[in-house]
Design a protein around this ligand. Structure first.
Ligand code: ATP
Ligand code: MG
Length: 322
């Protein structure tokens, strides 16, 4: 059910979100979306891409905040440009820059936003606010001021407000930015849970955010879809491109440009490196990794696409990719 009380029905098997050849050029000339086509169904769909890829722009189009320069987009069969009101009733949205009123209390914020989403009945609204607080694990924080919440709690408040009208479609833009690892894990679980009965479109530039619950995804860069499929297909493509090698300390600096260092840790008098790149460019003794990780697969993919991902130095030193 939505805020208006309408039951939403789409033909069985029809994709829930359809984006067809959408281009958006901002005033000033930036081509943020360049012929994007995507179809996706129920469950969690991951939109992965580096900064400036066009993720937020696509989400603004789907939430009717932005009319695309050309192309067509539909949410549950409803056109975002021709029937924006209809689409708004179906979509809950957590914008990238969600803030909320800092001095207000958590419950007050949800009550107000609930009223704005059309929950006019006071008692019903109060019940719904309790339900969403419970759902996102903020029931104990209902009376706290927004400014006292941690980053993770604030994000969960953002999800709670997006869920108020119980929309069948949830669009969340970079929900885990700034969260610590525990908060991130918790958030991933929440999204996995919510994705069981909804369409969720989640954007991120952090591969591990997509987690096990994501079975369908796209990689976008410079306004174009570079990959569309299951994470395991991206991983399959990386076979033969990810290597493990132990090298002398001074050897790392001499690796060819075609080779990216994913992680490094000291081993004996040398260092053990995890490397991505073509086999021919690997140092002597490097061995191909049978089961590359999802992060490594993404790095290999972007390297092959001529768009190597810049890894922060800390990520390499810790031996992980964020
Ligand atoms: N309001 C705007 N006016 C002009 N250009 C914009 C505007 N918003 C975004 N852009 C540009 O459009 C491109 C895509 O931006 P967008 O915010 O959609 O990327 P993103 O994938 O969400 O990036 P991030 O990971 O940094 O959030 C970028 O080059 C950006 O600078
Ligand atoms: Mg963005």
């Amino acid at each position: 059910m939505t805020a208006s009380g309408d039951q939403v029905s789409v033909p069985r098997g029809a994709p829930s979100i359809v984006v067809h050849d959408v281009t958006h050029v901002y005033r000033g000339g930036v081509r943020a979306l360049d012929g994007v086509s995507l179809e996706l169904g129920p469950g969690l769909f991951g939109l992965l891409g580096p900064n400036g890829a066009g993720k937020s722009t696509l989400m603004r189009v789907l939430t009717t905040l932005l009319v695309p320069t050309s192309g067509r987009a539909e949410v549950m069969g409803i056109d975002v440009v021709r029937e924006p009101e209809g689409v708004r009733r179906l979509v809950g949205y957590l914008p990238q820059e969600f803030g909320a009123w800092r001095i207000a209390r958590v419950r007050e914020v949800l009550d107000l936003l609930g009223r704005l989403s059309g929950l006019v009945d006071r008692a019903g609204r109060a019940r719904r606010v309790d339900e969403v607080l419970e759902l996102v694990g903020l029931a104990d924080a209902a009376r706290r001021r927004v400014k006292s919440l941690s980053g993770g709690m604030l994000r969960r408040l953002g999800v709670a407000q997006a869920l108020l009208a119980d929309p069948p479609v949830l669009i969340v833009d970079e929900p885990t930015v700034g969260l610590d690892p525990a908060e991130r894990l918790r958030f991933r679980r929440l999204v996995a849970e919510l994705g069981r009965e909804r369409v969720i479109l989640l954007s991120t530039h952090i591969v591990s955010d997509l987690g096990d619950a994501c079975s369908d995804m796209a990689v976008i860069d410079r306004g174009r879809v570079l990959f569309r499929g299951a994470p395991r297909e991206l991983i399959a493509r990386a076979r033969g491109r990810v290597f493990d090698a132990v090298v002398a300390v001074d050897q790392e600096a001499r690796l060819p440009e075609a080779v990216e260092v994913v992680s490094r840790r000291p081993e004996g008098v040398g260092i053990r490196l995890r490397l991505v790149g073509p086999a021919a460019a690997m140092p002597n003794g490097a061995e191909a990794v049978d089961e590359p990780g999802f992060e490594e697969a993404y790095l290999a993919f972007m390297l092959d696409a001529g768009r190597p991902v810049e890894l922060p130095v800390e990520a390499r030193l810790e031996g992980g990719v964020e």
